[in-house]
Design a protein around this ligand. Structure first.
Ligand code: PAF
Length: 282
């Protein structure tokens, strides 16, 4: 596996793959890999391209009070894990390679960035959009793989690709969970054993909601209230939001017709976890 640190090296690598007749499949990450990341890489590999993974803890998607400095990092472990699933190249730029002095441009996907996580993290999705757009221009991938755990991020990137006529195909990949149902996240390492136990209420609430739909419930306010009650029953939780929204527009909806998104963001101590499930009538 090649390690690339400059934009010029990535462009050179991409050109070489194309000359060899290969498609380029791209997995953008902030590192500290877990099975969820590895599944994105496996999918990218299984789809038959040369696979490049970026590992860049993007400063512009963290607010000053958030956990940028504290964000977990372990480059050696990440390198070994990426290599073990057959990744062809790892792009690990320094911050100044992506944001040279005097960088000024902003990207805003207006409506999709406002609800859910956009309320408590108003600058987050602007930072995500700008770095992902830059990475797409640097790597020029045929396909890019995004996990559905960050559902709002995935929708926003799909919208940006459509709005700006980017040529990349976005491939959404299902959430990877621990055997007990906790969605995999680099932030899970911060949880104490008690907090980790309390965090299981997230997946319990999501499963309960889908079972309500299967029993014929269509009133989404009822489902939202029930899911909220399951999570609030855990003493160690502090809710950011529990919301049911349209699965494509992320706008509020009252009644389930075909698909809706139940999205959660909950603090366990200082650690904020997100999870979601698409509630579907089928
Ligand atoms: O999902 C992430 O890890 C990040 O938001 C991403 C897409 C790599 C952009 O920094």
């Amino acid at each position: 596996m090649k390690t690339l640190t400059t934009i010029a090296e990535v462009r050179h690598w991409t050109q070489a793959q194309r000359k060899a007749g290969k498609a380029v499949h791209f997995v953008p990450t902030m590192g500290y890999f877990h099975e969820g990341h590895l599944n994105l890489m496996r999918q990218a590999k299984a789809d038959g391209g040369a696979v490049i993974v970026s590992l860049f803890v993007n400063p512009t998607q963290f607010a000053p009070h958030e956990d940028l400095a504290k964000y977990p990092r372990d480059f050696e472990r990440d390198f070994a894990m990426a290599e073990s699933v057959g990744v062809d190249a790892l792009f690990m730029p320094e911050p100044q390679e992506i944001y040279p002095p005097d960088f000024q441009t902003k990207i805003e996907v207006t409506r999709l960035s406002q609800p859910l996580c956009g309320v408590s993290r108003p600058h987050h999705f602007g930072g995500v959009a700008v770095v992902v757009l830059k990475l797409f221009h640097i790597v020029e991938p045929d396909r890019a793989y995004f996990g559905e755990k960050d559902y709002q991020q995935m929708r926003l990137i799909q919208q940006m690709v459509r709005d700006l006529n980017l040529r990349v195909e976005i491939v959404p990949c299902p959430i990877t969970r621990e055997p007990d149902g906790l969605a995999m996240s680099s932030r899970n390492v911060y949880l104490s054993p008690e907090q980790r136990q309390a965090a299981l209420s997230l997946n319990r609430a999501l499963q309960w909601a889908q079972s309500q739909v299967e029993s014929g419930e269509r009133d989404l306010a009822q489902i939202q209230a029930g899911a909220r009650a399951i999570i609030e029953a855990e003493p160690l939780t502090r809710l950011d939001y529990v919301e049911v929204v349209h699965a494509d527009t992320l706008e509020p909806i009252a009644e389930l017709h075909d698909r809706a998104l139940l999205a959660l963001a909950v603090y366990f101590g200082q650690t904020r976890l997100i999870d979601n499930r698409v509630l579907s009538v089928d």
